[in-house]
Design a protein around this ligand. Structure first.
Ligand code: NAD
Length: 245
């Protein structure tokens, strides 16, 4: 299939690498005009040459910056909230500052972006919001205390938005990825004393016996962004190698 997003304008956060980058590339390949945003200016620059992608630096922790970017580059038909960060540790290793930061980046960023984008979607008769949560929203995973709490909040936020705007043809869905190969996953693995054992343990959590690929999450985001999923809102799609079976 081609041009599944023809005529649509999309904003993707955390698009300089990993899942967000794959989503931006997949959307552009299917005909969308994509504003690919991130704080990593250098890495974002690599997307400059991609047809259909406009890289824009946006810090999703900054309310004024989000609003200005949406005013300047919107309105959008599609918003993908991908920015997120993994805090490692149990409640006993999670300081109040770390808890607050995790919620600011993983949850409040979505509040900021959705609040900025929804009025434009409403005015133009609809839109699709895709929020990247995690299987950690549902499954208790060791040392993912703050992360699991934030991603469960993302699921709740997504359902609430879906309920409030179903009458405006604005859909909101969440994706729960399992463990996906990405630069930040490499960083987490390399932080272990024995990175090979750590990688093997991450793989062992996945019944399919391998890590996910960012393109596999992008394929679900593409479906949820496109009109193929026009009867779908308030759902969560697990793309997790069977972790949730
Ligand atoms: P990543 O962690 O490798 O990259 C994250 C990107 O976010 C970076 O480019 C970074 O510059 C950007 N970023 C950080 N702070 C930002 C800010 N304030 N404003 C804008 N951008 C900012 O990417 P990933 O591992 O593909 O994860 C992407 C999303 O998917 C996250 O929400 C993550 O929680 C979720 N997720 C990832 C996995 C996984 O295994 N990789 C699994 C489940 C869910």
């Amino acid at each position: 299939m081609t041009n599944r997003l023809a005529g649509k304008r999309a904003l993707v956060t955390a698009a300089a690498q990993g899942i967000g980058e794959s989503i931006a590339r997949a959307f552009a390949a299917e005909g969308a005009k994509v504003v690919a945003s991130d704080i990593a200016r250098d890495k974002l620059g690599e997307l400059d040459a991609v047809d259909g992608i406009e890289p824009v630096v946006i810090d999703v922790l900054d309310q004024a910056a989000v609003e200005a970017a949406v005013r300047g580059h919107g309105p959008f038909d599609v918003l993908v909230n991908c920015a997120g960060f993994v805090h490692h540790g149990s409640i006993l290793e999670c300081t109040e500052e770390e808890w607050d930061f995790a919620f600011d980046l993983n949850v409040k960023s979505m509040y900021r972006c959705c609040r900025a984008v929804i009025p434009g979607m409403r005015e133009q008769g609809g839109g699709s919001i895709v929020n990247i949560a995690s299987i950690a929203a549902h499954k208790g995973l060791p040392n993912r205390f703050a992360y699991g709490a934030t991603k469960a909040a993302v699921v709740g936020l997504s359902k609430a938005i879906a309920a409030d705007f179903v009458g405006d043809a604005i859909r909101c869905n969440a994706i729960n990825p399992g463990t996906v190969q990405s630069p930040s996953l490499d960083g987490r693995i390399n932080a272990f004393e024995d990175p090979d054992a750590a990688r093997a343990a991450f793989i062992a959590r996945q019944p399919m016996g391998r890590l996910g690929r960012a393109e596999e999450i992008a394929a679900m985001a593409l479906y949820l962004a496109s009109d193929e999923s026009v009867f779908t809102s308030g759902t969560q799609m697990n793309v997790d190698g069977g972790m949730s079976i």
